[in-house]
Design a protein around this ligand. Structure first.
Ligand SMILES: NC(=O)NCCC(=O)O
Ligand SMILES: [Zn+2]
Ligand SMILES: [Zn+2]
Length: 567
């Protein structure tokens, strides 16, 4: 009999900075390891079933560890009966009938023949699966690679009710085609549907041409420009202008990570000179004013080109207010908060009790860019999401385990930036926004799914419960509860930035591509079953842009009594 070898536990990466309580870390790490091990065994088992010819893993299957109800995995006809079906614009009590991965019918009292799996959803919400617009799986970053790949990250997502995500392809030495090929390879492990955005890290004619190929041949309709990470991903204003122009000509959406990277670099030097090398130096070196400045700059450059703009991970009041001001003047600017920015704050950094080892770990976990801000920012972002200034919620899932986070034990600049969230997003948005009365149930669907589908031009195939849409569906019990812990999550990380959080509402069933993949707290996932979702250009933001350009040019050409042109 073959057994799966246990995952080796890394030694505690947090040597005695100001140690008082190290036993706590070791204890936690122990329990985390064994529990994660159980998840990984189950996942490995399923992986072995579908890819065993490829990977030669058939013996693992025979060891009989874990669970695999192939009946459910393969079941293609499902009736979800008696639930409240919620779309972004409407909710009603109805049945949902699914066949071969597609929603066939949505109406009360659907009758079905034998052989159809019937799930009773009475008293529960039946909603479109979540779509996460912002993830980084298997991303090489800051000298390491994110701990979650396209399999473990997606498995975690499915357990939390997210059925599609859009990941950022990072070019290889500036080459978009090489980056694309690398991500196509990484994504072969996928167990749910996914799409790609593409980062732009340098500019020349080849990149410009490759952008066209990405849009016209590879189904990518959005490009991201990092205004931070000096010396690696950061671009100049000149490049941003070229990129905005090319995005506009292709009907693609330009996205920005908005922080002033030069000023962040200066802020980091300042901290090191002051002897502040711990994780608090990260937050101190890149204050909200630098996020506000870059957001304002990107918005103004987009206005100058008359192109729509998407600002990723809005973390501060400063950035949010720039977006609100632009929207008020009629500019098409989309702001994306991420779960960490909505629900976490930096108080742990300044807690006098933070010298305990457990809290030291937390502080390292919190390091992401832009940083998690002081408490008032999160509240303001929630309000902006509630009033529609911010439109959709992502995660920026970019997970590093405690060993990786410890690379910056002596220098905060070396702590890999990023937090988890793929598995937690739906629950935390529900608990924070719906339970508090800031969002309705229909708005919940809009910000977690439908708006993303519309923006990236895949609605109503995705983001809706209606006949003809993909059968990506969750059954959500508002009367149940969720609990977050690294000991039970499905990410490969040994830590969770939301450790210990709990609240109302629970995703009880996830159906992805017509298959029941999450039920009774069990995950049934098959690597290679996820499909790439091609996203066409020219979304609704482009309506009217041609007309505005035309008016501008006409006013410029007016021969006499020249009218002062305006954009
Ligand atoms: N946000 C973060 O800290 N890591 C992921 C990369 C990025 O989105 O900036
Ligand atoms: Zn970013
Ligand atoms: Zn990101």
């Amino acid at each position: 009999m073959v057994t799966v070898p246990p995952r080796r536990r890394a030694p505690s990466p947090f040597p005695p900075l100001r140690r008082r309580d190290q036993s706590c870390i070791i204890q936690n790490t122990d329990s985390i390891s064994s529990s994660n091990m159980m998840h990984m065994r189950s996942l490995i088992l399923l992986l072995s079933i579908s890819l065993s010819p490829l990977f030669g893993l058939s013996q693992i299957c025979e060891s009989g560890i874990g669970y695999c109800d192939s009946e459910s995995v393969l079941s293609s006809k499902v009736l979800i009966a008696g639930g409240t079906v919620v779309n972004a614009d409407h909710q009603e009590v109805a049945d949902v009938y699914v066949e071969d991965g597609v929603i066939v019918d949505v109406r009360p009292n659907i009758k079905v023949s034998d052989g159809v799996r019937i799930i009773d959803a009475t008293g529960k919400f039946v909603m479109p699966g979540g779509i996460d617009p912002h993830t980084h799986l298997a991303m090489e970053f800051m000298g390491t690679e994110t701990i979650d790949n396209f399999f473990s990250g997606q498995a975690a997502a499915l357990a939390g009710g997210t059925t599609m995500h859009i990941d950022f392809v990072i070019p290889v030495h500036g080459s978009l085609s090489k980056g694309y090929e690398a991500y196509v390879e990484k994504a072969k492990l996928s167990c749910m549907d996914y799409g790609f955005h593409m980062a732009i890290t340098k500019w020349d004619d080849t990149v410009s041409k490759e952008m066209e190929i990405m849009v016209k041949e590879n189904g990518i309709n959005s490009f991201k420009f990092f205004m931070a990470y000096k010396g690696s991903l950061m671009i100049s204003d000149e490049l941003l202008l070229e990129g905005l122009k090319q995005c506009k000509s292709l009907g693609a959406l330009a996205m920005v990570h908005a922080e002033n990277g030069d000023a962040v670099f200066e802020g980091q030097k300042r901290m090191i000179e002051l002897g502040i090398t711990g994780p608090e130096g990260h937050a101190l070196s890149r204050p909200p004013v630098l996020e506000g400045e870059a957001t304002a700059r990107a918005i103004r450059l987009a206005a100058f080109v008359n192109a729509p703009l998407y600002v990723v991970h809005v973390m501060s009041i400063d950035a949010m207010e720039e977006i609100a001001r632009a929207q008020k003047s009629g500019q098409k600017v989309i702001g994306e908060p991420v779960v960490s920015g909505l629900v976490l704050d930096d108080s742990v950094l300044w807690d006098p009790d933070f010298i305990t080892a457990a809290k030291q770990v937390t502080i390292f976990l919190f390091v992401m860019s832009p940083p998690i801000r002081a408490p008032g920012h999160g509240k303001a972002l929630q309000a902006a999401l509630s009033t529609g200034i911010l439109k959709l919620v992502g995660t920026d899932h970019c997970t590093f385990n405690s060993t990786q986070k410890s690379f910056g034990i002596d220098d905060f600049r070396k702590i890999p930036n990023g937090v988890n969230g793929l598995e937690e997003r739906m629950h935390l948005v529900w608990d924070t926004m719906v339970e508090s009365g800031q969002l309705s149930v229909t708005d919940f669907v809009r910000v977690t799914s439908t708006e993303c589908a519309k923006l990236f031009n895949i609605y109503p195939r995705k983001g809706a419960i209606r006949a003809g849409s993909d059968a990506d569906i969750i059954i959500f019990n508002p009367n149940s509860t969720f609990h977050i812990s690294a000991s039970s999550h499905h990410s490969r990380s040994d830590t969770n930035v939301y450790e210990g959080r709990h609240g109302k509402g629970k995703v009880e069933v996830t159906i992805a591509g017509g298959k029941i993949v999450w039920e009774n707290d069990e995950l049934k996932v098959v690597p290679g079953s996820g499909k790439y979702v091609s996203m066409p250009p020219f979304n609704y933001l482009y309506n009217g842009i041609d007309k505005a350009d035309e008016n501008y040019l006409t006013s410029l050409k007016a021969p006499v009594n020249r009218i002062k042109p305006s954009l």
